[in-house]
Design a binder for this molecule. Structure first.
Ligand SMILES: Cc1cc2nc3c(=O)[nH]c(=O)nc-3n(C[C@H](O)[C@H](O)[C@H](O)COP(=O)(O)O)c2cc1C
Length: 322
């Protein structure tokens, strides 16, 4: 682990890690690194930038994940990201979806280490914030540590110092993105070996982490851990992380305190003419594992959607307990 300070991150997840989810998670942990959903470089250059990139300053430390494979466009996007206040850029080399492959980015870039190196170099020259890579350990059914290590080495030579490794292969044909997160076997040994072979690189492990015990075990051997689905389904898992993994010494806040803390944000969201559900849909997992988890989930997915009334949310909190 570099500097003896672990890195804990919540994975970029399309449709899930939007600004509302990130704001909510920031109420639970101040130290966890948050990622945007993947944003395509072309969309940043030609699309509705504010909509794609704006975030609440309270979300920091926040990393923008970019999708793309054109060095110039990625460099332009990186510059724009800095203007918006992002503290780090990450290049997606791990997403296996057909749509992403047809745009020649995501996991299929693992076939082209030199191109990825050019992309990293172009971004690194354009901005002074860190540029990192999120990748798989390999492609299709080819389990080859040397290929994985060579990929990392090539990108590192271009100036990338930090790698997030989803410890599975990506199967480019025949598996859906969902299957690609479940069927290819997890090979944590590859990630541990990368840390041994490249001790000066920052190596963060991702894939299948569900508990603090998992995290502690991995952190013996790598610099950081990134949680995806578990962070979404069970957000309260993060409630004590600032104390447990960092040097904070704060009272652990209850679920209810966190939910109450969201009220000004929800009111502001409503005042802008938006619907409560845009935010509360990300909070469904807050009571995961509690007696009233079902009640919370049902209310957030029925009454709150229908009424769109903050009073119903406050009334619901009145009957929730830990
Ligand atoms: C709904 C969903 C959307 C995802 N979108 C992205 C994405 O935009 N970029 C990316 O690099 N990975 C994406 N992923 C993959 C996650 O970042 C992560 O690598 C994967 O879920 C494995 O981690 P986990 O086992 O902790 O969930 C997505 C995963 C899910 C479940």
């Amino acid at each position: 682990m570099l500097n003896n300070m672990p890195q804990i991150a919540i994975a970029p997840m399309l449709d899930w890690t939007d600004r509302h989810y990130r704001y909510f998670m920031r109420k639970i942990s101040k130290k966890t690194i948050l990622y945007t959903e993947m944003v395509v470089a072309d969309a940043i250059i030609h699309g509705d930038r504010d909509n794609l990139l704006e975030f609440n300053p309270e979300e920091q430390h926040i990393v923008l994940q970019l999708g793309g494979s054109n060095p110039e466009k990625l460099a332009t996007s990186a510059r724009i990201a800095v203007e918006y206040g992002y503290q780090e850029i990450n290049l997606n080399c791990g997403c296996p979806s057909d749509r992403v492959q047809s745009g020649k980015f995501g996991a299929c870039l693992m076939k082209e280490p030199e191109l990825v190196a050019d992309c990293i170099k172009a971004m690194q020259e354009a901005v002074s914030i860190p540029v990192t890579v999120k990748q798989r350990i390999g492609l299709d059914y080819d389990y080859n540590y040397d290929y994985c290590a060579k990929f990392v080495e090539t990108i590192a030579t271009a100036g990338c110092k930090s790698f997030i490794i989803h410890a599975r292969n990506a199967v480019l044909k025949g598996l859906s993105p969902k299957d690609n997160r479940e069927i290819p076997p997890l090979k944590y040994d590859y990630v541990y070996q990368l840390k041994k072979d490249f001790p000066d690189l920052n190596i963060m492990l991702n894939g299948g982490i569900k508990t603090t015990t998992d995290m502690i075990n991995h952190l013996e051997l790598v610099d950081g851990v990134m949680l995806g689905r578990e962070a979404y389904y069970n957000p309260y898992l993060f409630a004590n992380f600032d104390n447990q993994f960092f040097t904070e010494n704060n009272p652990v806040r209850t679920r209810k305190e966190i939910a109450l803390d969201m009220i000004p944000y929800l009111e502001n969201h409503l005042a802008q003419g938006h619907r409560l559900h845009h935010v509360t849909r990300h909070m469904i997992g807050l009571y995961h594992g509690c007696k009233k988890a079902k009640l919370w989930r049902q209310q957030l997915t029925t009454n709150i959607i229908k009424s769109n009334n903050i009073k119903d949310y406050i009334d619901l909190l009145g009957i929730m307990d830990e």
